[in-house]
Design a binder for this molecule. Structure first.
Ligand SMILES: [Zn+2]
Length: 260
């Protein structure tokens, strides 16, 4: 399987490598390396056709988020297990042969764990402080939440509409007094367009029955684990370009994905 390095540089303390691959099956997880499929910019442009299987994805990391082929919902990788929240937040376990057009995973290897409680902004401030000086954070929050406000998206059919159109039909729902897990990442603003700048988190309850993309939350009591990522390997499907890091359309990304 050949791999072509399209871009290799340092951005905001992060080693960014963009790769064009004709096969992914020989790559494996490496400590502090996050593997990403596609870019948020390519997703905004309606590139929803999957290019990497979920089995290839989880070979690269046991913690992560994304979506599936055709924008099939909100994907989570927790302890190497894969879950998909459909448009109504109902969780299923996708086949490992299912593909993804956009996802990011890393091996979970926390440099810090701490007890916490509070609102989303409280937690984001605390995580930013604890992760100060590190370019990318892999995030896991285990605990009891007073409320988690979620959204998920409808599976799309061709011709695919741009993401800003697709999310107009997004479903909003919430879980209250719920025990569960949040996983995701915080990426620097300098990567806007490749990734969602700021915090991008997905939730699943302890019963593994409900979940989605996190809009707001209040953590009653829980434990936060932060993993440092210092390399990002972006695997670009055919026809998808990296774009110019930091030049993403922040307003549209914020409108469709949140983040800062
Ligand atoms: Zn999301």
């Amino acid at each position: 399987m050949s791999r072509h390095v399209l871009d290799d540089r340092m951005i905001a303390g992060l080693h960014l490598v963009a790769l064009r691959t004709s096969g992914h099956d020989h790559d494996v997880a490496h400590a502090h390396v996050a593997a990403q499929v596609g870019t948020i910019g390519s997703l905004l442009d309606a590139n929803y056709d999957g290019s990497m299987t979920l089995s290839e994805l989880v070979a690269r990391g046991d913690l992560g988020i994304g979506t599936t082929n055709g924008l099939g919902g909100e994907l989570l990788v927790v302890d190497g297990a894969v879950f998909l929240a459909d448009a109504d937040g109902v969780i299923s376990i996708p086949q490992f042969s299912e593909t993804t057009p956009f996802a990011v995973v890393c091996p979970e290897d926390p440099f810090t764990q701490f007890s916490a409680s509070g609102t989303r902004s409280d937690l984001e401030a605390r995580m930013s402080n604890e992760g100060s000086g590190r370019s990318v954070l892999g995030i896991r929050i285990e605990g009891t939440f007073d409320v988690v406000s979620l959204r998920s998206v409808e599976r799309q059919t061709k011709p695919y509409p741009p993401l800003a159109e697709a999310v107009k039909d997004q479903h909003m729902f919430s879980c209250e007094n719920v025990v569960g897990t949040i996983v995701g990442f915080c990426f620097p603003d300098a990567l806007a367009g490749i990734e969602v700048p700021g915090f991008h988190l997905h939730f699943i309850n302890a019963e593994r029955s409900r979940g989605g993309h996190v809009m707001e939350y209040v953590l009653r009591q829980g434990t936060v684990s932060l993993t440092e990522v210092d390399d990002l390997h972006v695997e670009l499907p055919a026809g998808v370009d990296l774009g110019i890091p930091g030049e993403g359309d922040r307003a549209t990304i914020r409108a469709v994905e949140g983040g800062k």
